[in-house]
Ligand binder design. Structure first.
Ligand SMILES: [Zn+2]
Length: 125
């Protein structure tokens, strides 16, 4: 399972969410309007994946088994609160994340097909 991390920005115990820089909408538009910039933009976005706190989008996450995290937890959150946060996280985020993932997959397949068709066209000419 994914490692639990402590967000030092908001104090949440979280499963890191993989964030991608840039905007999905911009990516789609670039693909539709200009093929090459769309491709470059996609490459850049997908190479910029980073784990972030799903609550505050902060990037300062530390592993829960480190002394600093333990100290942080003991001063900030009672144990029950941590469990509750984890449960909330599961139900709220997985639904959204799966939907987003499926949309991206669909777009990926669509553009992959487009690329293949483009290559075939070039080869035929
Ligand atoms: Zn946070």
């Amino acid at each position: 399972m994914t490692k639990q991390l402590v967000c030092t920005q908001c104090g949440s115990i979280v499963k890191p969410k993989i964030m991608i820089k840039g905007s999905g909408i911009v990516e789609i538009f670039l693909w539709i309007l200009f093929f090459v910039p769309g491709f470059i933009y996609s490459l850049w976005r997908h190479s910029s994946k980073y784990p972030a706190c799903p609550k505050c989008k902060g990037e300062s996450l530390i592993p829960i088994d480190t002394p600093i995290a333990q100290k942080f937890i003991s001063t900030n959150e009672p144990e029950t609160e941590i469990i509750k946060l984890q449960e909330d996280e599961k139900t709220n985020q997985t639904k959204k994340y799966n939907l987003y993932k499926n949309i991206l997959k669909f777009i990926g397949v669509f553009f992959l097909l487009n690329t293949i068709i483009g290559i075939i066209k070039i080869l035929i000419e």
